[in-house]
Write a protein that binds this ligand. Structure first.
Ligand code: PMV
Length: 326
């Protein structure tokens, strides 16, 4: 008899209103709510099967067996899921990504979204979308936003069960593109987990959190109304506010590189010329250029000869995590 296996596909997401800092770090309960878009075209495919070799979980990424340090975070996550849902056994986790990891593209979001969805299917836990989202959050906060479809909102919540993401609108509501300009695809030096801890040391963090509800409201209504101009202003402001916190933390974290700044300036100049594009950056030096389907080619054209770009990736509004092979 062939071994039982579950395979799931999940996408990372790009935050329009960012999550930076936890109110309760152990549960990854965020200091502020956030909004994001799933990134179809950047895929994580994860499969689970029983590990018969011993009482431990094993992890393989892109065909490479991971050492115990890299496996630790995944194992800790599976053990938390076990505590909550009481299943037994150890797992072989095999994951494939078609995009560079740890470079400001949320590979941990798609990784834990895929894993939470796969655990639910593999152990037939019959969890709701909200419960799977809350479970994914325990692995990586932003992973909870990769569970529902399209554009999603994660409200803070005050308990484990109460902190999950839901869909604002489905995929077909608005086709937006994320043209990701990779200025440096090396692994970043400071992880987002470390960054969340440092956020409270910035005098700007309380201001950023205090203003978050206002930004969330504007961003949500821009998505509902498909108002790109309104969306551009709010996502650029939100990204700049998060990076201001990062740069003023103690010790400071500066993800921006000269090439990142040049790209952001170019994006603003293009918008002035009537091209519908806006920038946002996560915890890395790469710039996500968000644009409409109708202006995508103009954006691509304008960055074709731009110096300092190693590689460009393309993604569009995508689905949430799905079982693709039960
Ligand atoms: O989920 P984490 O712990 O990797 O944090 C994600 C942080 C940002 O990507 C910078 C912002 C966000 O909301 O995705």
């Amino acid at each position: 008899m062939s071994q039982k296996r579950t395979t799931v596909k999940a996408h990372p997401n790009i935050a329009f209103i960012k999550y930076w800092g936890n109110a309760i770090p152990d549960l990854r309960l965020p200091s502020n709510g956030s909004i994001s878009m799933n990134l179809q075209g950047l895929d994580t495919v994860t499969s689970l099967s029983e590990n018969n070799k011993g009482a431990f979980h094993s992890l393989e990424i892109n065909g490479e067996k991971q050492d115990s340090i890299k496996t630790k975070r995944i194992s800790a996550f599976i053990e938390k899921a076990r505590e909550l849902y009481g299943f037994s056994g150890y797992l072989d986790v095999r994951s494939q990504n078609n995009f560079p990891m740890g470079a400001g593209i949320a590979s941990s979001a798609s990784a834990f979204a895929a894993l939470a969805t796969a655990i639910n299917d593999f152990y037939a836990l019959d969890l709701s979308e909200k419960e799977i989202s809350a479970l994914a959050r325990l692995g990586s906060g932003s992973a909870c936003r990769s569970i529902p479809d399209g554009f999603t909102m994660w409200k803070t919540g005050t308990t484990h069960e109460g902190s999950y993401a839901t869909s604002i609108v489905p995929v077909n509501h608005w086709e937006l593109y994320d043209y990701i300009l990779i200025v440096n695809k090396d692994e970043k030096k400071i992880s987002s987990t470390e960054g969340h801890h440092l956020s409270a040391t910035s005098p700007f963090q309380s201001v950023r959190i205090h203003d978050a509800k206002r930004r969330l409201k504007i961003c949500k209504s821009a998505i509902l109304d498909k108002d790109f101009e309104k969306l551009s202003d709010i996502i650029e402001l939100d990204s700049d506010m998060m990076h201001a916190v990062m740069m003023t933390s103690n010790p400071p974290i500066t993800y921006w590189q000269p090439d990142s700044i040049a790209i952001m300036k170019k994006v603003r100049a293009l918008r002035k010329r009537g091209i519908a594009c806006a920038y946002t950056m996560d915890a890395g030096p790469n710039v996500h250029v968000i644009c409409t389907a109708s202006d995508l080619n103009k954006v691509k054209e304008n960055f074709k000869q731009f110096k300092g770009i190693d590689q460009a990736l393309l993604a569009k509004t995508g689905f949430g995590a799905r079982v693709i092979q039960p």
